[in-house]
Design a protein around this ligand. Sequence first.
Ligand code: UDP
Ligand code: MG
Length: 320
Amino acid sequence: MMSEFKPILAIVVPCFNEELCVVSTIERLREVKQVLVDKNKISEKSYIYLVDDGSADNTWNLVVQMHEKYSDVKGLKFIRNFGNQKALIAGYEGVRALGCDCAVSIDADLQQDEWAIEKFVDKFLEGADIVSGIRNSRETDSLFKKSTAILFYKLMNMLGAKIPMNHSDYRLISKRALDIMELYPEKHLFLRGFFNEVGLKTVYVNFDVKPRMAGESKFNFVKLMGLALNGITSFSVVPLRIISVLGFIMAFVSFIIGAETVFEKIFFHNTPNGWATNIILLCFFGGIQICCLGVIGEYVGQVYREVKGRPRYIKETELK
Ligand code: UDP
Ligand code: MG
């Protein structure tokens, strides 16, 4: 038989305008929970915790109805949309306060194979603190999303933040990891980077991706770009160093070109008709400078957002 220890599992589900999915998602996750309880792997006190990220549709009413029907359905509603990362953080903080031994986060559209939760729990019982889901393929994504995602992971790794390819926010974390999260006060915590940075025992489990159950993706280009830029600026300062090195090389090259021009002027008295060269260099340096300013601007923006110390999210109501 399994060990005596039966952990309380909390399943965190961020939801943003998911009225088409949320009810069947809750039913399916309760099914998974029941199977794990029957197999003696988790405590019957396990529960599902939905975080409504400021939905404008009927999502929250449905969550309230499910909460009235089932005591293991709990949740939280944001006052407005704060984004999927904040919803996840709020979920983790919420279940930490309610009490649990481990938490799994999964999307409300059940694109991620919900039965992988059993594998996650097995790894947790074997002693892992973090079990990260790795997608088997990206077939359900558009070509654009697929290629930008791959580019992002390659870039992050080049910049020194070792995040495995095809990582997702589908993961299990232990109570210990939840406690450590509290020690990271940064408001715009990038979870995928964070869990790889802490150094807790991490294992990876592959899972299949299905098409969205219903509705449309709640991520648009701007949200994805924001997530990627936040990931880079909060986990790597390499772009800033590249700028310094670039500046140094540029200064060196300009010095040589300048010296050469002066030399020609003095000794050969031929003012060269280098109009094209002038324009090219002007554009080249202008472009590089603006680009570098942009990169620095991103970091200044990150510092600015953090230094204001605004709350990560604001709760409207909580169902315990
Ligand atoms: N989500 C959220 N806030 C947002 C956008 C998305 O809480 O601002 C939730 C959404 O309800 C879903 C999860 O994040 O549970 C992943 O979103 P989605 O499935 O739309 O993203 P995709 O799978 O297309 O990347
Ligand atoms: Mg999805």
